[in-house]
Write a new protein. Structure first.
Length: 228
């Protein structure tokens, strides 16, 4: 059967039996299926890029298309080569920062998250297992730019770049609560550097150390893009 006929058969089959197929699923699997379809539709641009990457056929099988290498500017190439030698290493340890009740209250006002665990000092002394208020997990996360010195205009991490953009986070965990009055600092380990158009994508694992506490308050993989 020709490839075109197979594709046509698949389309007709899914159009005819798509609804029934969903009804055959158990409720739990049905929820995952609906979520998958929704995400597939939302990220169709990314999915299409994967299709294009494997679009060439050879003897009836798809093969990966060789992608055109990214051409780096001299400044970006210099930084890329420098960072390649540091992958796997701890590249930065920040200064200690105190997480005060005032800072926690201000964050609660901005985010409108006034749970008693964070803001009711008297109740926390009685009912909290920590016997004190604790910082919001997202407060700790929001402090990463400060803890990693990435927003200090006097000490730019990449002085030759035109712009540095927070591209996102690949993973975030809060292994231990940051109690009010705790002193914290960040340790950054470089894990990946990838050339992108007009710059580099840099991934770092950031661990937030709590003074005199064995477990970290936050562990996250930060992704930034540096443009030249």
């Amino acid at each position: 059967m020709k490839r075109f006929d197979i594709n046509k058969y698949k389309i007709e089959f899914m159009g005819k039996f798509g609804i029934d197929f969903k009804q055959w699923m158990s409720p739990s699997i049905r929820d995952y299926y609906s979520l998958f379809i929704k995400n597939a539709h939302r990220n169709k641009g990314q999915i299409l890029s994967y299709v294009k990457e494997y679009a060439v056929l050879k003897d009836g099988h798809s093969v990966k298309v060789a992608q055109k290498p990214v051409q780096l500017l001299p400044e970006a190439r210099e930084l890329f080569l420098s960072l390649q030698n540091q992958i796997g290493e701890e590249v930065h340890v920040g200064e200690w920062v105190t997480v005060s009740q005032q800072r926690i209250d201000q964050f609660a006002d901005v985010t409108e998250d006034h749970q008693w665990l964070h803001n009711d000092v008297d109740r926390a002394k009685k009912d909290s297992p920590f016997k004190t208020t604790i910082a919001h997990g997202f407060l700790t996360l929001s402090l990463l730019p400060r803890l990693t010195d990435s927003v200090n205009p006097e000490k730019p991490l990449y002085p030759n770049s035109k712009m540095t953009v927070n591209y996102g986070l690949n993973q975030v965990r809060f292994p231990y609560p940051v109690k009010t009055g705790s002193v914290i600092r960040a340790h950054s380990r470089l894990i990946k550097v990838t050339p992108v158009k007009n710059g580099l994508e840099i991934e770092k694992e950031i661990s937030v150390e709590i003074q005199n506490t064995r477990r970290p308050g936050c562990v996250a993989v930060s992704v930034v893009r540096v443009y030249f």
